[in-house]
Design a protein around this ligand. Sequence first.
Ligand code: TA6
Length: 303
Amino acid sequence: MGANGTIEEMNAKFGIAGIARVTAGNGGLPKVAVTAGGCAGEVYLLGATVTSWKPRGQDEVVFVSGATKWENGRAIRGGVPICFPWFGNKAGDPKAPAHGFVRAKPWALDRIAQNGGAVTVSLSTGSDEGTKKLWPAEFRLIQRVTFGAELTMELEMTNSGPAPLGFEEALHTYFHAGDVTQVRVHGLDGIHYLDKTDGNREKVQQGDVTIAKETDSVYLDTSSDVEVRDPVLRRRIRVSKQNSLVTVVWNPWIEKAKAMSDLGDEEWKQFVCVETCNVGKHAVTLASGEQHRMKAVIQLAQV
Ligand code: TA6
């Protein structure tokens, strides 16, 4: 039973007949399933993780691993996990959960609203005794997901405490690819990046990003649109963003994929992560009472 009661109670309270329903998903975990605005989509209360966006007549746009361990306390391997309030390992605390703690905890479902032909699902989480042990701050985080002809995700952070605070954030999107070795990520030419597979050495991107080995690159000072160009699925996925100055591109390749218990050995071929972030030198600082909104808009174009 979640913050909002049972799945049946949530569906009675928030469900919209024929459009959106709260239902039991994998592992019995509550999810919101949407069919509207020319698409189908899903978001789990676990981590407020989007796990599906499928415009009508199109292939699935987000990748979710078949080896995901569907349980509260563990992040979903795939979809759009939310990294917050730190990205990667927590500085000075290697025992803290990687990518923060909100992606592995159940969020509250606050609202499901029709908005034109699209549907917006609002979920929230905030500070409590558990979070303060890991991060002594008072905050409220809202994820608004709009399913329609586009997929829009807006992460709103409020510093509800008395003191200024700093945090990192990422919409860690796993895009489904026909064959990642043939994908080109376009839009980062000339951008400086930190290569996490090479001791965080700073480099400059030449042309499109291609995946031919383990790739873990943090592109800095960029708010430009990026396109995932996929010749196998004959499509382009455009990622636009607001209030984000970092883009991360990741694929674990063969060995890392084998070492991950919640990813199939061959699944590395089926996705590329293109992440909308504010991390490192672009971590966000908020004064008491202040708010920050980061937005990603995903569009699909056939080629
Ligand atoms: O976003 C890329 C990255 O930070 C990589 O370094 C890799 O660790 C990946 O995230 C997945 O992290 P996770 O904690 O979900 O296994």
